[in-house]
Every structure is written in structure tokens, then in C-alpha cells.
Ligand binder design. Structure first.
Ligand code: NAD
Length: 480
């Protein structure tokens, strides 16, 4: 497949752009492909195609839309190994995790396909005996789907499956760091029988293609997953046309470990959360508040668990548990945050350095002696670094957890009923994981508070974000 092509109006086309972007394998630092930074004219062509295609697609009965959405899932599943390898190579996650991400994407297409024949509106009572009021739920229109590099296959599924089942058309812009899987997935979208223009893919940078999509008047919604900085720019551009935004942005998930916690369970899940995708997940355990009576025991177990993690390049060694972070600039950001914390007095219990001479590997790290006001406790690290601090009373832990510009995920390890109920009342987060791993369900609703975003994804609420309402007031006379 030619990775320099765009997919517009039902056809792969050669871009006229002369700007190319290297795609780098973060484990080897080798260039594995080159994509184009598409021109504004090409981006506009994709939006126009999507605008026309959507008019046709929304008339296709839901049952048929559901069949096609399911078929996309089937075709991804049939080629799972190829997509997993491509994902591991462009993004760095171990192959087993990459397989898991492809499975999740397939499941997402299947889940959304099952909404066929179920997306309906309401009839509400009128004040007039000779009137019916119908609240119709319709596709919002053209969706621009802007994807980050951390889960490029799963987030592709979230945007595309939700758009297709609701009758929207979509223009996808993958991250310039991990575009290969989205380009390869486009071959499946090409052969499942969608009307022309319903699915389009334009590659390029955020401030070129992403900006063009966000400010175009024919885009009805920009669904973007990424950083707060980029989300702010998307909102600014979308504001020019009062375009709806659906933003899933960063997180700084607090984890509360109570004196009533099963410490081994807590350690197992916090370790998994912190090393999955090398810590580059928006719901990943970013900061721990542990009750002081159990702090020493918990910290010793946590250090031992993080020291056991095998780091490396899983396409060469399949026993590897954690791969590299995504890029050199991301690695530098992690180093800066850790070094600053050390200057402020943090103690490195394990890790705290880069690993290997090539590749963007960072050691699984535990920091103690940190205070809630250190930057390592307030800024998203997005790497395998776990700062731990203590608390005395449970209410204090809740207040510290809530004291963040982010409000996406949080977690609590406790077997005390009152603590769990208090957390359910007082934690100001979009989601809270109690005594389990961090990871959302497709039928849930993944949505953050504060700067973690606007709107959300998954489940019936996520589907609702891709719909608009149209109310029909139907007056009539009694028959004569
Ligand atoms: P990023 O913000 O740099 O890029 C995300 C996407 O936005 C890319 O496709 C990029 O090209 C595009 N973009 C950048 N600038 C843009 C602009 N001016 N206009 C339009 N598009 C623009 O983010 P990233 O570094 O790829 O992803 C990491 C971030 O994503 C983290 O903060 C993480 O927490 C967040 N994230 C959130 C969720 C969630 O569900 N809330 C999921 C995954 C990642």
C-alpha cells in the first residue's frame, strides 16, 4: 500500500503536496514510512465529498448501516496479526498489547453495529389535542475525526464506528506520528460498500490539516482526542462557525489506596495501569495517595513490582512487558518532569533514567517524598513514572484527588463501604475504578470533567453526541 495516498470520495488518490513527514519506529528510531501533509485544497475536497456522501448515507436504513459496520469489524479481525504488527512498529506498544488494541477496535465496531434499529426519537404530549410532537434524532452531519498517537487503532474505531452507525460521514486525520494503521484500515473501508464520500482519510499535521478541518463550515462536529493544548486550538478554530466539538483530552488520574485496601490487588492494578502503553494512556495511574498507616508496606510492594517489569522491543523479544514511549520529545518531557521533582526533593526509589542507547525507553520509576504541589503531581507525565504521597484522613485524599485541572479517570482501592460511598458522592471525575484495573467499557461513557474534555465516547451517551434533534410539531384537524 502506498502510504502517501489520501482516501477521498471513495478513491485512493496521490496527494499533490510536496510536504512529507517521516514516521519513526520509537523502539529503533528508524524511519518506517513517509506520509504527506495534505494541502488545504485536498482537505476541503474530503470535506465536500463527506458533505455529499452524508446526504445519501443517512437515508440508508439503520439495519444496512449496522451490517456494514459489523463487516468492518469482521475484516479487521480477519487481518488482526498484520494490524497488530503495524501498530506495534509505528507506536511502540508490545505486540500482545497491540493485539489487544485491535481486538478492542473489533469489539467497538461490533458493539456499535448492534445499535442498528435502536436509534430512535420520542413522541411527547402536546398542549393541543390536535397536534403531535415528534422529537427526531438525526445524524449530526460531517464529523472530523482527529486521532492521537497513543491508541491509533482503537480511537479510529471509536470515531468511525460511531459516525457510521448514526448516519454521519467522517473525515479522519490520524496522528502524524502513527498514521500507517489508519491508512491500512482505509482499504477495508474502501471495500465494504459505503457510498462515495461517507468515509475519507487525510493525513498531515495538526496545525495544517487538523486546523483546516476544525474551521471548515461544512464540518458539523470535530471529534478530537489529544492534548489540552491541541484541544484548545481546535475549539478556537471551531468557534469561527460555532461548530460543535467533542473533545477527549488529557488526564492526571489520582489513585487512592486506603488503609482498608487489599494492597496486593492495588499494586497489581496500579503497576499494570502505569506500564500499559508505557504509561501513555489518558486514564493511566498518574499519582498515588496512600493512607499513612499502610504507606510503607504499599510502597515497598510497588517498588518491587515496578522493578520486575521487562522493558524492550517486543518485535524482537516477545517476553517484553513494556515498550518505548512515543518520541524523543516526549521522552525529554518525562525526563524534565522527573529531574524537576528530584530538585524539589523527590526520592527516586527505582528507575528515574532513560534505558538503552537507542529507542525512546524510560525505566519504570517510583518516586516518594513528593508533595501534592510538585509539578510531577499536577502535570500529565504520560510515561511509566509513579509518584506516591501519603494522607491521613479519607476526606483529605478526596480533596487532593479533586484538586486538578483534569477530571477524567480516578481509582480507589478500599474494602470499606463508607469510603466507597463517600468517593461515589464526592469524587469529581468522569469515571472511578473501584478495586479493579483502569480501563473503560464500550457500553460505559468515557467523558472527562474540567480540562479533560467536552462530551464523550462509548455507549448510548457517546452515540448521542453524534446526533442532533429535529422537533416536528404536527398540527391537524379532526376528520370531517
Ligand atoms: P496532540 O494533541 O499533540 O495530537 C492529537 C491529535 O490532534 C493529532 O492528530 C494532532 O495532529 C492533532 N492536532 C494537534 N494540533 C492541532 C490543531 N491545532 N488543530 C487540530 N488538530 C490538531 O496529542 P497527542 O500527543 O497525540 O496525544 C496525547 C494526549 O491525548 C494526552 O494528553 C492524552 O491524555 C490524550 N488522550 C486522551 C484520551 C481520552 O480519551 N481522553 C485518549 C487518548 C489520548
Amino acid at each position: 500500500m502506498n502510504l502517501q495516498q489520501l482516501y477521498i470520495n471513495g478513491t485512493f488518490i496521490d496527494s499533490k503536496s510536496t510536504e512529507t513527514i517521516d514516521v519513526i519506529n520509537p523502539a529503533t528510531e528508524k524511519v518506517i514510512s513517509q506520509i504527506v501533509d495534505a494541502t488545504a485544497v485536498e482537505t476541503n475536497q474530503a470535506i465536500e465529498a463527506a458533505w455529499h456522501g452524508q446526504k445519501e448515507w443517512e437515508k440508508v436504513p439503520q439495519v444496512e448501516r449496522g451490517r456494514i459496520v459489523r463487516q468492518i469489524g469482521d475484516e479487521i479481525a480477519a487481518d488482526k496479526e498484520r494490524f497488530a504488527k503495524m501498530l506495534s512498529e509505528e507506536q511502540g506498544k508490545p505486540i500482545e498489547e497491540a493485539r489487544g488494541e485491535v481486538d478492542q477496535a473489533v469489539d467497538f465496531f461490533y458493539y456499535m453495529s448492534e445499535w442498528n434499529r435502536k436509534i430512535g426519537g420520542e413522541i411527547v404530549p402536546s398542549d393541543d389535542p390536535n397536534e403531535q410532537i415528534l422529537i427526531q434524532r438525526k445524524a449530526i452531519g460531517v464529523v472530523a475525526g482527529i486521532i492521537p498517537w497513543n491508541y491509533p487503532v482503537f480511537i479510529f474505531a471509536r470515531k468511525v464506528a460511531t459516525a457510521l452507525i448514526t448516519g454521519c460521514s467522517v473525515v479522519i486525520k490520524p496522528s502524524e506520528e502513527t498514521p500507517n494503521t489508519a491508512i491500512a484500515l482505509s482499504a477495508i473501508l474502501d471495500r465494504v460498500g459505503l457510498p462515495k464520500g461517507v468515509y475519507n482519510l487525510v493525513t498531515g499535521k495538526g496545525d495544517t490539516v487538523g486546523n483546516q478541518l476544525s474551521k471548515h463550515p461544512k464540518v458539523a462536529m470535530v471529534s478530537m482526542t489529544g492534548s489540552v493544548a491541541a484541544g484548545t486550538k481546535v475549539m478556537e478554530a471551531a468557534a469561527q462557525n460555532i461548530t460543535k466539538v467533542n473533545l477527549e483530552l488529557g488526564g492526571k488520574a489520582p489513585i487512592i489506596v486506603s488503609k482498608y485496601a487489599d494492597l496486593d490487588l492495588a499494586v497489581k492494578h496500579i503497576k499494570a495501569s502505569r506500564i500499559e502503553n508505557a504509561g501513555q494512556a489518558c486514564i493511566s495511574a498518574e499519582r498515588v495517595y496512600v493512607q499513612e498507616d499502610v504507606a510503607e508496606a504499599f510502597t515497598q510492594k510497588m517498588i518491587a513490582a515496578m522493578q520486575e517489569v521487562k522493558v524492550g522491543y517486543s518485535l524482537e523479544d516477545n517476553t517484553v512487558e513494556m515498550g518505548p514511549v512515543s518520541s524523543e520529545h516526549h521522552l525529554e518531557k518525562i525526563e524534565t518532569l522527573v529531574n524537576e521533582a528530584i530538585k524539589q526533593g523527590a526520592k527516586v526509589e527505582t528507575g528515574g533514567t532513560r534505558l538503552n542507547s537507542s529507542g525512546y525507553f524510560y525505566a519504570p520509576t517510583v518516586l516518594t517524598n513528593v508533595r501534592h504541589d510538585f509539578e510531577i503531581m499536577t502535570s500529565e507525565v504520560f510515561g511509566p513514572v509513579l509518584p506516591i504521597t501519603t494522607y491521613k484522613h479519607f476526606s483529605e485524599a478526596i480533596d487532593l484527588a479533586n484538586d486538578s485541572i483534569y477530571g477524567l479517570a480516578s481509582a480507589l482501592y478500599s474494602n470499606d463501604y463508607n469510603e466507597i460511598m463517600q468517593a461515589s458522592r464526592d469524587l469529581q471525575y468522569g469515571e472511578t475504578y473501584v478495586n479493579r484495573d483502569t480501563g473503560e467499557a464500550v457500553q460505559g461513557y468515557h467523558a472527562g470533567m474540567r480540562q479533560s474534555g467536552i462530551g464523550g465516547t462509548d455507549g448510548k451517551n457517546g452515540l448521542g453526541d453524534f446526533l442532533s434533534t429535529h422537533v416536528m410539531y404536527l398540527a391537524y384537524n379532526d376528520a370531517t
